[in-house]
Design a protein around this ligand. Structure first.
Ligand code: KG4
Ligand code: ZN
Length: 341
């Protein structure tokens, strides 16, 4: 059978990425131009800078992806693009490029939900993975527990009621003067500290929901830091990072295992930028094993925003003939699964 070659495009936040993926699982190229250094001095992503940089980078990045894959545009069977959620100006750059290519080549256009893309990163890292499974998606903008019933059938079981997990990592790092993005540096510092040194709160709702809340934890850490500074006490950065990270991981893992147990699903799949966190990976794997479940996660390069995951997700829409037309627009707020209704 002929290979299905999908060109993926991702520009929802501060990564400009294009990738070529064969049959949904084999990455022929995955070019990621990160703007992280441009945004670092502001302590977070500046939407206007992101949009302008995407405009500059999108065509060279697509060219590189085709070149590295050893193909030309006419070899592509379809173009898959992130159309939401994300920063509207950033999304528009990718959507416009994808529409132009699809129209010029007369090839199908596939719209992909960013979070469904993060989940699909696991199909690349685990070629045998098939639904159903439970996915924990934790990124800078999202913290969701999702029942993936089939490739295009998603049910959200829980989500954050306030801040996303990655957002809190970034905020705490900023307060501690550790730079942006916060996740990787806190992960590193935490390895040198004692996770039991400071008790930070863990929120579990009593209404039976699997929702998260991280804003209380964020405030508790900030208050701890401010109080210590006011008293002139020296901060033990590794202990603060380790204790904070432990609190986030306890909640993420606890809620996910509970959701899986409730539905009697034995497979848990991690996704999103925070899925790179070493404690989260170790803890989820260990605790899943204790309860007879399997925990999987993508290779670190596929946890951050990238276009290979978008092409991987788009493959299942391709198989179903679920195509978008040239009226496709960027949708900054978009529910998971909505695009398949
Ligand atoms: O998925 P992603 O690349 O972009 C969004 O869609 O948001 O996620 C970025 C987030 C940032 O908040 C970053 O601090 C966090 O993922 N992150 C981590 C780690 N690496 C990245 N958080 C915790 N531990 C890490 N090792
Ligand atoms: Zn993302």
């Amino acid at each position: 059978m002929k290979d299905i070659i999908i060109l993926g495009i991702e520009t929802s936040c501060d990564e400009t990425s294009a990738a070529v993926v064969a049959n949904g699982r084999e990455v022929l190229s995955n070019i990621i131009a990160s703007q992280v250094n441009l945004h670092a001095e502001y302590g977070g992503v500046v939407p206007e800078i992101a949009s302008r940089k995407h405009v500059e980078l999108i065509l060279p990045v697509i060219d590189s992806a085709l070149k590295e894959a050893g193909i030309v545009l006419k070899d592509v069977d379809a173009v898959a693009v992130t159309y939401g959620p994300g920063l509207v100006g950033a999304l528009l750059v990718g959507v416009t490029a994808a529409k132009a290519i699809a129209a010029a080549l007369d090839k199908p256009l596939i719209k992909v939900h960013h979070i469904e893309g993060h989940i699909a990163a696991n199909y690349i890292s685990h070629p045998d993975l098939e639904p159903p499974y439970i996915s924990l998606v934790a990124s800078g903008g999202h913290s969701h527990i999702i029942h993936v019933k089939d490739y295009l059938d998603f049910e959200v079981l829980g989500m954050t009621r306030d801040d996303a997990a990655g957002e809190v990592f970034d905020k705490i790092a900023r307060v501690l003067g550790l730079g942006y993005p916060g996740g990787p540096v806190i992960d590193k510092q935490a390895k040198l500290g004692n996770p039991k040194a400071i008790h930070f709160p863990r929120v579990n709702f009593t209404d039976g929901s699997h929702d998260f809340s991280f804003s209380g934890l964020k405030t508790a850490v900030i208050n701890y830091v401010n109080t210590a500074r006011q008293k002139g006490e020296e901060l033990n950065i590794p202990d603060i990072c380790a204790s904070f990270q432990q609190a986030v991981v306890d909640v993420l893992v606890g809620h996910t295992l509970k959701a899986a147990a409730n539905l009697n699903v034995k497979k848990i799949v991690l996704a999103g930028g925070v899925a790179s966190n070493s404690l989260l990976r170790e803890t989820l794997q260990r605790r899943a094993k204790e309860t007879g479940m399997d925990a999987l996660f993508p290779a670190p390069i596929l946890c951050t925003d990238n276009a290979a995951m978008i092409a991987a997700a788009g493959y299942y829409s391709f198989l179903k003939g679920e195509f978008a037309d040239l009226t496709l627009n960027a949708v900054p707020y978009l529910a998971i699964g909505e695009g398949h209704k």
